[in-house]
Design a binder for this molecule. Sequence first.
Ligand code: 5AD
Ligand code: SF4
Length: 436
Amino acid sequence: MRSFHIITFGCQMNEHDSERMTGILRDRGCAPVQDAEDADMVILNTCSIREKAEQKFYSELGRLKQLKVEKPHMKIAVAGCIAQQEGANILARAPYVDMVFGPSDVARLSVMIETAFSRRSPVVDTSGDPEYHRKRIPTSRGDKIKAWVSIMYGCDNFCTYCVVPYLRGKECSRPSEDIVNEVSELAQQGYKEVTLLGQNVNSYGKGLGQDVDFPALLRMVNDVPDLERIRFVTSHPRDLSDGLIDAVRDLPKVCESLHLPVQSGSDNILHVMNRRYTRADYMGKVKKLRDAVPSITLTTDIIVGFPGESAKDFEATKKLLEEVQYDGIFAFKYSKRPGTAALKLSGHLTESVKESRLTEVLALQREITIQKNKAYIGMHMDVLIDGKSKKGGKLSGRTRGNKVVNVAGPRSLIGSLVTVRITATGVNSLSGEICE
Ligand code: 5AD
Ligand code: SF4
């Protein structure tokens, strides 16, 4: 029996792909181990969305190089987006790597391992699998209460800063019956919450040849017995339809929480980013959402320092944050990505301008989040307890709006829905007492 260790970088999609690799490897009798030092094989599941993620990977790879000097029999595999982007180039830079495979080559992992262990030369397979979205891949999940379920792969949007469409390929939706079967099995196993995953879930169903769009899929998943909560990421604002707003309003299991990446508050920048909506379009959708579902929580992604972003454009982004009053944001400095259209734009900004703009938006949002969270004091919230909190030895869970709540209580409550009266709030979490 061989042992393996997976190191995952990047998004939930990658986390879930790692659960699949674990499933495949366990099925063939391999055992996961906590430390790379104890493993016969180490897989790096990589992310290339920003340069920083790439740097993290290369520094980890350097560490493994040292380890391999001490343990020459150990195999090193590079998976995910950097593998797809670089292919055999990785071997030129790191000849001690044994396997390189892309995100949609995971189903062939077993065969690749056989080859890597039986012959001395490295295996590179980033050819992709056009049938990947139809395959049921064994999955060994890291959580017993909340599960990720892929509903689509790839992205056709080609936002000019983004490398994803080049690496994850064209949009492909999974057949709805496969998704519903997977969710039903999860509910039978005791899972309480699913998060439906895709780069652009709102365009689910395109090209599938079935009469099922994303709101229709949500209705099907909502009908699965014994499931408590449904979440989904990521929604492209352009494709956020009235039908989806109705689904969030009407379906009891769909949580009142939406991640709706705006990227910028400036129409000039949105246009050059190829986002295909204006600030007014976006604000109109936010208003519709809040009119239909007043308790909805909203989060977003922001890129600061996109090429050509003037002081005025940046002010427009800050103004948008003030107007929308998000519950939280993920903000990033623009990062140059190979092969993307934004690379060739003029007006690239200096690192120090990007850094100071990032600091500014984060500080602004911090105050907004603190103020918004204060409004929860005294409220009674349904909280799904999903584990222990990182500090203080309390239990931790989430509201339907996806706010983290810490409460005192017995471990036996993990997996249960409880009502909590909120007594204190901070920037990252709320805390309270369980109501009897
Ligand atoms: N630079 C900075 N941020 C980026 N994102 C995607 N590409 C880049 C890039 N080149 C951000 C976007 C996206 C999130 C997942 O990552 O905000 O929504
Ligand atoms: Fe990238 Fe835009 Fe596709 Fe999101 S929608 S993955 S930002 S190209």
